[in-house]
Design a binder for this molecule. Structure first.
Ligand SMILES: [Zn+2]
Length: 319
Protein backbone atom coordinates (compact mmCIF):
# COMPACT_ATOMS: atom_id res chain seq x y z
CA UNK A 1 0.00 0.00 0.00
CA UNK A 2 0.99 3.63 -0.27
CA UNK A 3 0.06 6.44 2.13
CA UNK A 4 -0.19 10.01 0.82
CA UNK A 5 -1.04 13.04 2.93
CA UNK A 6 -2.86 16.05 1.56
CA UNK A 7 -4.19 19.25 3.06
CA UNK A 8 -7.70 20.49 2.44
CA UNK A 9 -7.18 24.17 1.76
CA UNK A 10 -10.19 26.00 3.17
CA UNK A 11 -8.47 29.36 3.55
CA UNK A 12 -8.47 28.89 7.33
CA UNK A 13 -5.62 29.51 9.75
CA UNK A 14 -5.16 25.73 10.08
CA UNK A 15 -5.21 22.92 7.50
CA UNK A 16 -7.25 19.71 7.60
CA UNK A 17 -4.83 16.84 7.03
CA UNK A 18 -6.13 13.79 5.17
CA UNK A 19 -4.14 10.59 4.73
CA UNK A 20 -5.12 8.41 1.78
CA UNK A 21 -4.12 4.76 1.90
CA UNK A 22 -4.16 3.29 -1.59
CA UNK A 23 -4.35 -0.46 -1.65
CA UNK A 24 -2.71 -2.92 -4.01
CA UNK A 25 -6.02 -3.87 -5.62
CA UNK A 26 -9.35 -2.24 -6.41
CA UNK A 27 -11.99 -2.31 -3.73
CA UNK A 28 -14.26 -0.24 -1.50
CA UNK A 29 -13.47 3.25 -0.24
CA UNK A 30 -13.51 3.56 3.56
CA UNK A 31 -13.51 6.90 5.39
CA UNK A 32 -12.27 7.19 8.98
CA UNK A 33 -12.79 10.41 10.94
CA UNK A 34 -11.36 11.18 14.38
CA UNK A 35 -11.07 14.33 16.44
CA UNK A 36 -14.50 15.66 15.48
CA UNK A 37 -14.52 16.74 19.14
CA UNK A 38 -11.22 18.23 20.30
CA UNK A 39 -11.17 16.60 23.76
CA UNK A 40 -11.42 13.01 22.51
CA UNK A 41 -7.84 11.75 22.03
CA UNK A 42 -8.66 8.04 21.70
CA UNK A 43 -9.74 8.32 18.07
CA UNK A 44 -6.85 10.61 17.12
CA UNK A 45 -4.34 8.11 18.49
CA UNK A 46 -6.17 5.17 16.93
CA UNK A 47 -6.31 6.83 13.49
CA UNK A 48 -2.53 7.26 13.46
CA UNK A 49 -1.98 3.69 14.70
CA UNK A 50 -4.36 2.44 12.02
CA UNK A 51 -2.27 4.11 9.31
CA UNK A 52 0.91 2.45 10.59
CA UNK A 53 -0.89 -0.91 10.73
CA UNK A 54 -2.31 -0.61 7.20
CA UNK A 55 1.18 0.03 5.82
CA UNK A 56 2.03 -3.56 6.80
CA UNK A 57 -1.05 -5.15 5.20
CA UNK A 58 -2.32 -6.06 1.74
CA UNK A 59 -5.34 -3.80 1.22
CA UNK A 60 -7.96 -3.88 -1.53
CA UNK A 61 -9.50 -0.44 -2.08
CA UNK A 62 -8.62 2.78 -0.31
CA UNK A 63 -8.94 4.40 3.11
CA UNK A 64 -9.19 8.14 3.73
CA UNK A 65 -8.16 8.88 7.33
CA UNK A 66 -8.65 12.27 9.01
CA UNK A 67 -6.97 12.04 12.45
CA UNK A 68 -7.99 15.57 13.52
CA UNK A 69 -11.28 16.56 11.90
CA UNK A 70 -11.70 19.74 13.95
CA UNK A 71 -8.29 21.39 14.46
CA UNK A 72 -9.99 24.48 15.92
CA UNK A 73 -11.23 22.34 18.83
CA UNK A 74 -8.24 19.97 19.04
CA UNK A 75 -5.72 22.79 19.47
CA UNK A 76 -7.67 24.02 22.49
CA UNK A 77 -8.51 20.52 23.80
CA UNK A 78 -12.20 21.40 23.86
CA UNK A 79 -15.38 19.77 22.60
CA UNK A 80 -16.33 22.78 20.47
CA UNK A 81 -14.14 24.90 18.20
CA UNK A 82 -12.30 27.65 20.03
CA UNK A 83 -12.48 29.71 16.82
CA UNK A 84 -16.26 30.02 16.37
CA UNK A 85 -17.72 28.10 19.32
CA UNK A 86 -19.47 25.55 17.09
CA UNK A 87 -19.78 21.82 17.74
CA UNK A 88 -18.61 20.16 14.50
CA UNK A 89 -20.86 17.16 15.24
CA UNK A 90 -23.92 19.44 14.98
CA UNK A 91 -22.70 21.31 11.89
CA UNK A 92 -22.77 18.73 9.06
CA UNK A 93 -23.22 18.92 6.09
CA UNK A 94 -21.78 22.40 6.62
CA UNK A 95 -21.55 25.52 4.49
CA UNK A 96 -18.69 26.44 2.13
CA UNK A 97 -19.33 30.14 2.79
CA UNK A 98 -19.93 29.82 6.54
CA UNK A 99 -17.77 30.13 9.65
CA UNK A 100 -14.62 28.02 10.21
CA UNK A 101 -16.40 24.95 11.55
CA UNK A 102 -19.16 25.14 8.91
CA UNK A 103 -16.47 25.21 6.20
CA UNK A 104 -14.68 22.25 7.78
CA UNK A 105 -17.95 20.29 7.86
CA UNK A 106 -18.65 21.15 4.21
CA UNK A 107 -15.17 20.06 3.07
CA UNK A 108 -15.29 16.81 5.06
CA UNK A 109 -18.78 16.06 3.74
CA UNK A 110 -17.81 16.46 0.09
CA UNK A 111 -14.15 15.37 0.08
CA UNK A 112 -14.27 12.50 2.57
CA UNK A 113 -17.79 11.31 3.49
CA UNK A 114 -19.77 11.52 0.22
CA UNK A 115 -17.17 9.66 -1.92
CA UNK A 116 -16.90 6.80 0.62
CA UNK A 117 -18.60 3.42 0.61
CA UNK A 118 -18.62 3.42 4.42
CA UNK A 119 -17.79 5.92 7.19
CA UNK A 120 -16.37 5.19 10.64
CA UNK A 121 -16.41 8.17 13.05
CA UNK A 122 -14.20 7.65 16.14
CA UNK A 123 -15.49 9.52 19.19
CA UNK A 124 -15.10 9.02 22.96
CA UNK A 125 -16.55 10.44 26.14
CA UNK A 126 -14.39 13.57 26.33
CA UNK A 127 -12.41 14.93 29.23
CA UNK A 128 -15.24 15.35 31.77
CA UNK A 129 -17.13 12.09 31.13
CA UNK A 130 -16.86 8.34 30.92
CA UNK A 131 -18.66 6.01 28.49
CA UNK A 132 -18.52 2.25 27.85
CA UNK A 133 -16.89 1.01 24.64
CA UNK A 134 -19.65 0.72 22.04
CA UNK A 135 -20.37 1.05 18.32
CA UNK A 136 -23.52 2.89 17.25
CA UNK A 137 -25.40 3.19 13.98
CA UNK A 138 -28.63 4.54 12.48
CA UNK A 139 -30.55 1.55 11.24
CA UNK A 140 -33.18 3.45 9.28
CA UNK A 141 -33.19 4.58 5.65
CA UNK A 142 -31.59 2.89 2.68
CA UNK A 143 -28.22 2.49 4.41
CA UNK A 144 -29.49 1.23 7.78
CA UNK A 145 -28.98 -2.47 7.23
CA UNK A 146 -25.37 -2.10 6.07
CA UNK A 147 -24.67 0.40 8.88
CA UNK A 148 -26.00 -2.01 11.52
CA UNK A 149 -23.97 -4.90 10.10
CA UNK A 150 -20.81 -2.79 10.08
CA UNK A 151 -21.42 -1.61 13.68
CA UNK A 152 -21.78 -5.24 14.78
CA UNK A 153 -18.68 -6.27 12.79
CA UNK A 154 -16.63 -3.64 14.67
CA UNK A 155 -16.74 -6.10 17.57
CA UNK A 156 -17.23 -3.69 20.49
CA UNK A 157 -18.91 -5.26 23.55
CA UNK A 158 -22.07 -3.16 22.97
CA UNK A 159 -23.87 -2.25 19.73
CA UNK A 160 -26.41 0.57 19.90
CA UNK A 161 -28.82 0.82 16.97
CA UNK A 162 -30.92 3.97 16.58
CA UNK A 163 -34.27 4.39 14.87
CA UNK A 164 -33.96 8.17 14.80
CA UNK A 165 -31.13 10.33 13.53
CA UNK A 166 -30.46 13.90 14.61
CA UNK A 167 -29.26 16.29 11.94
CA UNK A 168 -25.81 17.82 11.92
CA UNK A 169 -23.84 14.67 12.67
CA UNK A 170 -21.28 12.98 10.43
CA UNK A 171 -23.55 9.93 10.23
CA UNK A 172 -26.53 12.07 9.21
CA UNK A 173 -24.47 13.63 6.39
CA UNK A 174 -23.43 10.11 5.38
CA UNK A 175 -27.07 8.96 5.30
CA UNK A 176 -27.98 11.95 3.09
CA UNK A 177 -25.36 10.81 0.57
CA UNK A 178 -26.35 7.14 0.76
CA UNK A 179 -23.20 6.15 2.66
CA UNK A 180 -23.55 3.55 5.46
CA UNK A 181 -21.82 4.59 8.66
CA UNK A 182 -21.08 3.86 12.28
CA UNK A 183 -19.63 5.80 15.19
CA UNK A 184 -17.85 4.56 18.28
CA UNK A 185 -17.52 5.79 21.86
CA UNK A 186 -15.40 4.73 24.82
CA UNK A 187 -13.47 5.80 27.90
CA UNK A 188 -12.88 9.49 28.35
CA UNK A 189 -12.43 11.16 31.71
CA UNK A 190 -9.27 12.93 30.62
CA UNK A 191 -7.13 9.83 30.37
CA UNK A 192 -6.54 7.38 27.54
CA UNK A 193 -6.93 3.61 27.86
CA UNK A 194 -4.66 1.62 25.55
CA UNK A 195 -7.38 -1.06 25.41
CA UNK A 196 -9.82 1.47 23.92
CA UNK A 197 -7.29 2.68 21.33
CA UNK A 198 -6.48 -0.93 20.37
CA UNK A 199 -10.20 -1.72 20.15
CA UNK A 200 -10.67 1.17 17.69
CA UNK A 201 -7.84 -0.08 15.45
CA UNK A 202 -8.96 -3.71 15.61
CA UNK A 203 -12.62 -2.75 15.12
CA UNK A 204 -11.80 -0.73 12.01
CA UNK A 205 -9.81 -3.66 10.61
CA UNK A 206 -12.80 -5.99 11.32
CA UNK A 207 -15.06 -3.64 9.35
CA UNK A 208 -12.50 -3.73 6.53
CA UNK A 209 -12.69 -7.54 6.67
CA UNK A 210 -16.48 -7.30 6.36
CA UNK A 211 -16.03 -5.08 3.29
CA UNK A 212 -13.57 -7.53 1.72
CA UNK A 213 -10.71 -5.03 1.91
CA UNK A 214 -8.30 -7.35 3.77
CA UNK A 215 -8.95 -10.65 2.06
CA UNK A 216 -5.33 -10.70 0.87
CA UNK A 217 -3.95 -10.40 4.41
CA UNK A 218 -2.93 -13.54 6.32
CA UNK A 219 -5.24 -14.40 9.21
CA UNK A 220 -2.40 -13.85 11.67
CA UNK A 221 -2.13 -10.20 10.61
CA UNK A 222 -5.76 -9.25 11.24
CA UNK A 223 -7.80 -9.33 14.48
CA UNK A 224 -10.08 -12.27 15.15
CA UNK A 225 -13.76 -11.66 14.46
CA UNK A 226 -15.67 -10.79 17.61
CA UNK A 227 -19.43 -10.77 18.10
CA UNK A 228 -20.80 -8.05 20.39
CA UNK A 229 -22.13 -9.18 23.78
CA UNK A 230 -24.95 -6.67 24.12
CA UNK A 231 -27.47 -4.86 21.96
CA UNK A 232 -29.22 -1.58 22.68
CA UNK A 233 -31.99 -0.90 20.25
CA UNK A 234 -33.94 2.19 21.18
CA UNK A 235 -33.26 5.91 21.43
CA UNK A 236 -31.33 8.12 19.05
CA UNK A 237 -27.96 7.90 20.78
CA UNK A 238 -28.01 11.57 21.51
CA UNK A 239 -28.19 13.03 24.98
CA UNK A 240 -31.97 13.39 24.88
CA UNK A 241 -32.49 11.74 28.27
CA UNK A 242 -29.73 13.66 29.98
CA UNK A 243 -29.74 14.26 33.72
CA UNK A 244 -28.21 17.61 34.66
CA UNK A 245 -26.89 19.29 37.80
CA UNK A 246 -29.58 21.21 39.71
CA UNK A 247 -27.06 23.69 41.19
CA UNK A 248 -23.33 24.50 41.12
CA UNK A 249 -21.19 22.20 43.23
CA UNK A 250 -19.11 19.06 43.53
CA UNK A 251 -20.24 15.73 42.14
CA UNK A 252 -19.70 12.30 43.71
CA UNK A 253 -20.68 9.53 41.23
CA UNK A 254 -22.49 6.53 42.70
CA UNK A 255 -22.65 4.49 39.49
CA UNK A 256 -20.26 3.31 36.80
CA UNK A 257 -20.80 3.08 33.06
CA UNK A 258 -22.34 -0.20 31.98
CA UNK A 259 -24.12 -0.63 35.33
CA UNK A 260 -27.78 -1.62 35.24
CA UNK A 261 -29.85 0.97 37.15
CA UNK A 262 -33.45 1.19 38.35
CA UNK A 263 -35.73 4.19 38.20
CA UNK A 264 -35.36 6.17 41.43
CA UNK A 265 -31.82 4.94 42.22
CA UNK A 266 -29.08 7.49 42.88
CA UNK A 267 -26.57 8.06 40.07
CA UNK A 268 -24.53 10.67 41.93
CA UNK A 269 -24.58 13.00 44.89
CA UNK A 270 -24.30 16.72 44.25
CA UNK A 271 -22.96 18.91 47.08
CA UNK A 272 -22.86 22.68 46.83
CA UNK A 273 -19.37 24.19 47.07
CA UNK A 274 -20.08 25.72 50.51
CA UNK A 275 -21.57 22.43 51.75
CA UNK A 276 -24.96 23.95 52.53
CA UNK A 277 -26.92 21.88 50.00
CA UNK A 278 -26.78 18.23 48.99
CA UNK A 279 -29.03 16.31 46.63
CA UNK A 280 -29.04 13.00 44.78
CA UNK A 281 -29.22 12.85 40.99
CA UNK A 282 -31.90 10.20 40.44
CA UNK A 283 -32.28 7.80 37.50
CA UNK A 284 -35.44 8.71 35.57
CA UNK A 285 -35.93 5.24 34.10
CA UNK A 286 -34.85 1.62 34.38
CA UNK A 287 -31.90 1.02 32.10
CA UNK A 288 -28.14 1.16 31.74
CA UNK A 289 -25.70 3.90 32.73
CA UNK A 290 -24.17 4.90 29.39
CA UNK A 291 -22.43 8.12 30.40
CA UNK A 292 -21.40 9.59 33.72
CA UNK A 293 -19.55 12.73 34.70
CA UNK A 294 -16.06 12.17 36.17
CA UNK A 295 -14.96 15.76 36.82
CA UNK A 296 -16.10 16.76 40.32
CA UNK A 297 -16.59 20.51 39.86
CA UNK A 298 -19.87 21.08 38.03
CA UNK A 299 -22.13 24.00 37.16
CA UNK A 300 -25.93 24.05 37.24
CA UNK A 301 -27.30 22.68 33.98
CA UNK A 302 -24.20 20.62 33.16
CA UNK A 303 -24.72 17.01 32.17
CA UNK A 304 -24.35 14.49 35.04
CA UNK A 305 -25.37 11.17 33.46
CA UNK A 306 -27.24 9.48 30.67
CA UNK A 307 -29.36 6.40 31.32
CA UNK A 308 -29.94 4.40 28.15
CA UNK A 309 -32.10 1.37 27.50
CA UNK A 310 -31.54 -1.99 29.16
CA UNK A 311 -28.83 -4.16 27.67
CA UNK A 312 -30.13 -7.20 25.79
CA UNK A 313 -28.08 -10.17 24.68
CA UNK A 314 -26.78 -9.55 21.18
CA UNK A 315 -28.44 -11.63 18.49
CA UNK A 316 -27.53 -11.21 14.85
CA UNK A 317 -31.18 -11.73 13.85
CA UNK A 318 -32.13 -8.47 15.59
CA UNK A 319 -29.84 -6.23 13.51
ZN1 LIG B 1 -17.43 13.12 20.29
Amino acid sequence: VSVAWRRLDLGLSYPIEVATVRGDADGPRLAVLAGVHGDEPEGVLAARRLLARLETLHVAGSVNVVPVACPGAFAAGTRVSAVDGLNLARTFPGDAAGSDTERVAHALTHEVIAPADLLIDLHSAGKDYEMPLFAGAYRGGGTGRRSAEAAAAFGAPIVWLHDELNSGRTISAAAEFGVPSLYVESGGGGKVSLADVDAYVDGTLRVMLLLGMLSGAPASAVPALRQPDWLLDEGNGDLDRALVAMFDGLLVPHASVGDPIEEGASLAELVSCDGSRAAAVIADRDGTVLLIRRTARIDAGDLVALVGPRLRRFEKSRL
